[in-house]
Design a protein around this ligand. Structure first.
Ligand SMILES: C[S@@+](CC[C@H](N)C(=O)[O-])C[C@H]1O[C@@H](n2cnc3c(N)ncnc32)[C@H](O)[C@@H]1O
Length: 228
């Protein structure tokens, strides 16, 4: 059986929702990580526990396919970390497409920059190091977002969603990560800020007449949102 994750990642990146055997089956029947992704996973694992913030290989493939299908001219990522999801998004962009990455960590995004270079994606990615709400607010008023991936501080999910939705093009899509939060969203005994923020956010979207939402159990739970 092919090994998909490093030793450390094997503990951290197993699906919360699927048995290991079934996950292995899914992974062995899907596109494997390439050399750039493998190296990035290894380098990120060296950072310790924070490495679990990185999206999984299957999520990355999924993002690339979604982006390819949508063909966004302008995509936004909120929460870049060491770059795995941004590489996945940028790889799906059309020739004239670009990705704006928002993060606040110079240290983590320095790793991302290195791997953008290695993946030959530098020309289509711009990184802004600032709180993402500021970055979104500073976009020219007529900017249309065709694709957005939201994967940063959970307490701001609703704000990020509203800021992106107000600029989302009619065919655009918002993808939200961690919407199942390792199953804590249905555990009534869990009482922490992030879990409440995610539950609030999920119900905000559910009650939002402007959009339709499909929630998937890939990774840590992903919502796909489009305008009606
Ligand atoms: C879960 S990680 C993103 C993981 C990334 N999508 C990946 O697949 O590797 C969250 C990131 O959000 C960033 N972040 C936290 N608060 C932020 C804020 N207010 N504005 C922008 N980025 C923020 C953190 O620095 C961190 O890199």
């Amino acid at each position: 059986m092919k090994k998909f994750f490093t030793k450390q990642k094997a503990e951290e990146k197993r699906s919360f929702f699927l048995e290991d055997e079934l996950l292995d089956y899914i992974m062995s029947n899907s596109a494997p990580a390439d050399q750039v992704q493998e190296a990035l996973i290894e380098e990120t694992a060296e950072l310790g526990w924070v490495a679990r913030m990185q999206i999984s290989v299957d999520q990355g493939n999924f993002l690339t396919m979604l982006v390819k299908a949508i063909g966004p001219k302008f995509a936004v990522e909120i929460g870049t970390f060491t770059g795995f999801s941004s590489i996945s998004i940028a790889r799906g962009l059309p020739e004239n497409g670009s990705l704006l990455c928002c993060d606040v960590s110079e240290k983590w995004t320095a790793i991302a920059r290195k791997y953008w270079e290695r993946a030959g994606l530098n020309d289509r990615i711009e990184l802004v190091l600032a709180p993402a709400l500021e970055t979104l607010d500073n976009l020219p008023k007529d900017t249309e977002i065709d694709f957005a991936f939201i994967d940063a501080d959970k307490g701001n999910y609703k704000n990020y969603y509203e800021a992106v939705l107000s600029r989302l093009s009619s065919h655009g899509m918002i993808v939200i990560d961690n919407v199942l939060w390792s199953g804590r969203v249905i555990d009534e005994t869990v009482d922490d800020e992030d879990t409440h923020a995610i539950k609030d956010f999920n119900s905000h979207v559910r009650n939002d007449d402007r959009v339709t939402c499909t929630m998937l159990s890939i990774g840590d739970g992903v919502s796909l949102i489009q305008k009606k």
